[in-house]
Ligand binder design. Structure first.
Ligand code: FES
Ligand code: FES
Length: 168
């Protein structure tokens, strides 16, 4: 049984109780993905699975056999930051940085959801083919990713800058 992490095949643990978060952090030493609450409440452990955002603390690693996981370590390409990473720097989208890997992965998954036309609780036109990422939409759709430093205004600005135009 294997899983793909940031483009690399990885053997899944024999113990089916290992969470995806613990596989990433403790076995693969990909410590970019953070453990905040370990109970699905903070979003710090958000990663992408086949492009969709999940919270990895509530996921068992074996559930994702054959799937492709992207963590914050997999966002940069050829040594260049992902445009969203660069936007977080440009807009002061963090202070301590603990929530940032989860914010980045969640935002990318969130933007893809909006492009696919998945509505949020504040979407006015439920029939639209894709949902424009307004400030209110971003705030609502990112409400599962908490920032104890209170960098939310910069986070929203960064996402608006990098994702609202339909970027990757
Ligand atoms: S560590 Fe997973 S949601 Fe908080
Ligand atoms: S930057 Fe510190 S928790 Fe968000």
């Amino acid at each position: 049984m294997s899983i793909n992490v940031n483009g690399n095949p990885v053997e899944l643990p024999g113990d089916p109780r290992v969470s995806l978060l613990d596989l990433l952090r403790e076995r693969l030493l990909l410590t970019g993905t953070k453990k905040g609450c370990n109970q699905g409440a903070c979003g710090a452990c958000s990663v992408l699975v086949d492009g969709e955002r999940i919270i990895s603390c509530l996921a068992l690693a074996v559930q994702y056999e054959g799937r492709s996981v992207t963590t914050v370590e997999g966002l940069a390409e050829d040594g260049a930051l992902h445009p969203l990473q660069a936007a977080f720097i440009a807009h002061d989208g963090f202070q301590c940085g603990y929530c940032t890997p989860g914010q980045l992965c969640s935002a990318l998954g969130m933007a893809a959801e909006a492009r696919r036309g998945l509505p949020s609780a504040v979407t006015a036109d439920l029939e639209a083919d894709s949902m424009p990422l307004t400030r209110d939409e971003i705030r609502e759709r990112m409400s599962g990713n908490l920032c104890r430093c209170g960098a939310h205004n910069g986070i929203v600005d960064a996402i608006l800058d990098a994702c609202a135009g339909g970027g990757r």
